[in-house]
Write a protein that binds this ligand. Structure first.
Ligand SMILES: [Zn+2]
Length: 241
């Protein structure tokens, strides 16, 4: 108990004790006593990453400083929910092109993460100038964890589908014109992958469309992660568009 008390008392007294000195002087003071030896430097061959998995090219070069960190944070831990967003309850928010502009912009920000990661030319969500009804019932499902949005699924209703066995060697077959809730994209913040965030979002979509998981349609081509998810929720094959 005694040593701690002494330290706290000394540090809290420091600002008023003696004349004020610049921080550098105080740091230099810490080297004055004892045996100081210089740091040794060496050069080794190493091949660190140039491009980052978040999608930032030449991510560690001068021009990436600051910009890359911002992009990387969104990709890895998700989007912090801004203060002007009222998230009423539950952990999923369903946003449409007719939601308020704060919500539409929020989705547009999240949509940047998969756009950059996958190097898409186009984003999967535009905030738009004004609320506008969607003829295809386009909607985004945002999944939150604590104060972050960590999952994003965008879907619309489509009526042109084919069937796929989920075997990479098999072609898509048939011609189905049922109106189906159709997944355009699923994205999970990197640190939360493998934690069933994607399947929770797919379940939410099926629940709100009031259809079984096996009746949803998936956008092609499916990424390897998308194929794993599809196999889990619909092992006997899926509808694709
Ligand atoms: Zn990165």
């Amino acid at each position: 108990m005694e040593p701690n008390t002494t330290v706290i008392a000394r540090s809290s007294a420091t600002p008023t004790d003696g004349p004020w000195r610049p921080l550098e002087d105080r740091i230099r003071d810490q080297d004055r006593s004892g045996d100081l030896t210089p740091v040794v430097f060496r050069q080794v061959k190493a091949r660190p990453a140039v491009d980052c998995p978040c999608g930032f090219r030449d991510a560690f070069a001068e021009f990436g400083i600051g910009r890359h960190e911002a992009q990387h944070e969104l990709w890895s831990i998700g989007l912090p929910i801004p203060k002007n967003i009222t998230w009423e309850h539950g952990n999923v928010a369903v946003v449409t092109p007719q939601s308020s502009v704060t919500w539409r912009r929020l989705v547009a920000k999240v949509a940047l993460a998969p756009k950059r990661e996958n190097g898409y030319d186009f984003t999967t969500w535009e905030a738009g100038d004004r609320p506008k009804p969607s003829l295809t019932n386009r909607r985004a499902y945002l999944l939150r964890f604590q104060r972050y949005i960590i999952g994003y699924l965008v879907a619309e209703d489509r009526d042109h589908h084919q069937r796929w066995t989920l075997d990479p060697d098999d072609a898509y077959t048939g011609d189905d014109s049922t109106t189906r809730a159709s997944i355009d994209l699923i994205w999970t913040a990197s640190v939360h992958r493998g934690k069933a965030v994607g399947s929770a979002l797919v379940q939410t979509l099926a629940d709100s469309a009031e259809c079984p998981l096996t009746e949803l349609s998936w956008s092609t081509p499916l990424s390897p992660a998308g194929q794993r998810l599809a196999r889990r929720v619909s092992p006997n094959g899926i509808w694709v568009h």
